[in-house]
Design a binder for this molecule. Structure first.
Ligand code: ZN
Length: 304
C-alpha cells in the first residue's frame, strides 16, 4: 500500500479528543449485552475474551457526546511535509478515502445520499451518546451520535496480541466501522434491532449478519479505494497490492469469533457468535472486494 504524499489530509472529518481527559472517569462500562446494546464494535468480543469478560451491563447513559475537540494541532501536524509518516494523519486520510467512496457509492448502489460522519480519536476513555467507553471495547460506531470512535493504540493490540500486523488492517477496521454508519443511514441497523426484539433467540445470528455485512462493505471500499481522491482531486492511494488485501483478510480472520474463543481457551460455540467466524468474515470481506459492489453484501438475504 502506498499513499499519495500529495494528497491533502482533511482533518475536519476527525474529532481529536485525545488528551482532553475523555469523559467521566475510567472504566465505566459501555452497554454491550450480547450484541444487543447500543454499540456496534468490531472487536468487543475480542476484548471481552482477552480481559476475561469484565464488562458489566450498566446502561451508562449521558448526553455528552457532542463536545467538540480542538483540531488545530492535528490540522497543523497533518498539513506538514511528512504528515503521512504520522499514524494519526494516515488514519485521518483513510477516513477521507472511505467517506469519498461512500459519497458516490451510496447513491449509486442504494439511491440514497451519504451523510458524512466524523471519527473521534480518543485516548483511554470517552463519553459518547451510547454511554461512556474505554479503550477496552475497541473501535466502535455509535448510532446515537453517528460517530466512529477509535483509540489508535488499538492497532498495537491488533498487531501484538492478535497477530494482525499489516498496516492495511487499519483502513479495514475503519472501513468496517463506516460500514455500520452506512447501515445506520440505510435503516438496516434499526431494522435488525427490531427483528432482535421480536425474535430474541436469533439475536446473535442477526448480529452476525450485521457484522458480516460491514465486513463486506469494507471489502467493497477496498476494491474501489484507489479511485478515491481528496477534495482537490488528488488520488489518496497510489497503490493497493494483493499483499494489502491479504492483510485485511488476515485481520478479519484473526478477529473471527471462533478464533477469539479458541484464543481465550473456551470451546468454540457458534451460538455465542456475534461477529461471525473467521471463515465467514474472510468470505464476506472477499465478496465485497471481488464484486466491488455493496449491493452484493446482502447477508440478510437468501444468499447468506
Ligand atoms: Zn462491527
Amino acid at each position: 500500500m502506498e499513499l499519495n504524499e500529495n494528497a491533502r489530509v482533511d482533518t475536519s472529518q476527525v474529532d481529536d479528543r485525545r488528551g482532553s481527559g475523555g469523559g467521566g472517569g475510567m472504566g465505566i462500562p459501555i452497554p454491550i449485552g450480547g450484541g444487543r446494546g447500543g454499540i456496534v464494535g468490531i472487536i468487543i468480543a475480542v476484548l471481552v475474551a482477552l480481559v476475561g469478560g469484565g464488562f458489566g451491563l450498566n446502561a451508562a447513559t449521558n448526553g455528552g457526546g457532542d463536545e467538540q475537540g480542538d483540531n488545530t494541532s492535528l490540522e497543523q501536524k497533518c498539513s506538514a511535509q511528512d504528515a503521512l509518516k504520522q499514524l494519526d494523519c494516515r488514519n485521518a486520510l483513510y477516513v477521507n478515502s472511505i467517506q469519498a467512496y461512500w459519497r458516490t457509492a451510496m447513491p449509486e448502489a442504494f439511491g440514497e445520499q451519504y451523510r458524512p460522519s466524523k471519527t473521534v480519536f480518543f485516548s483511554q476513555n470517552v463519553s459518547t451518546a451510547c454511554g461512556a467507553a474505554d479503550s477496552g471495547v475497541g473501535p466502535f460506531y455509535c448510532p446515537a451520535d453517528d460517530l466512529v470512535y477509535i483509540d489508535l493504540t488499538f492497532y498495537k493490540l491488533l498487531a501484538d496480541q492478535l497477530g494482525a500486523e499489516g498496516e492495511f488492517a487499519q483502513p479495514y477496521v475503519l472501513a468496517h466501522e463506516y460500514g455500520h454508519h452506512v447501515q445506520d443511514l440505510l435503516g438496516t441497523e434499526a431494522q435488525m434491532r427490531r427483528q432482535q426484539e421480536r425474535d430474541p433467540q436469533s439475536a446473535n445470528a442477526l448480529s452476525v449478519k450485521l457484522e458480516l455485512q460491514a465486513d463486506c462493505y469494507a471489502g467493497a471500499w477496498a476494491k474501489n479505494a484507489t479511485g478515491t481522491a481528496d477534495e482537490r482531486g488528488q488520488k489518496i492511494f497510489k497503490s493497493i497490492t494483493e499483499e494489502d488485501i491479504s492483510q485485511a483478510i488476515d485481520a478479519a480472520e484473526k478477529i473471527g469469533d471462533d478464533a477469539i474463543q479458541e484464543r481465550s481457551g473456551r470451546p468454540v460455540n457458534p451460538d455465542e457468535f456475534t461477529h461471525g467466524s473467521s471463515e465467514q468474515r474472510k468470505q464476506w470481506f472477499t465478496k465485497g472486494f471481488t464484486t466491488g459492489d455493496p449491493k452484493s453484501c446482502d447477508t440478510f438475504g437468501a444468499g447468506a
